[in-house]
Ligand binder design. Sequence first.
Ligand SMILES: *[C@@H]1O[C@H](CO)[C@@H](O)[C@H](O)[C@H]1NC(C)=O
Length: 91
Amino acid sequence: MIAGYAQNGLGKEALGLYEQMKQEVVQPDNVTFVLLLKACGSLEALEQGKQLHSDIIKRGFQSDVIVGNTLVDMYAKCGSTEDARVNCSTT
Ligand SMILES: *[C@@H]1O[C@H](CO)[C@@H](O)[C@H](O)[C@H]1NC(C)=O
């Protein structure tokens, strides 16, 4: 469902769905995070992206190469190259 939203450019709906998922204690997986980060990137939603980043670390997905790359990409799209650099040097 999130995939459908993210791919149709409905980033806000995808992010809203994520908030709902958290309340319903559904465990998001790495694929979910990749899609959500892409949604953040296309919306330039930096604050939500940072929130996702900390959730990713909490769940241990930061070692996933695709998740890591998508994180850097999201920060770059959101214009926060500093965070993207920090992320690059720590992964
Ligand atoms: C998600 O994790 C699985 C199992 O570790 C891995 O095979 C898959 O490539 C990952 N997918 C993404 C999009 O990172």
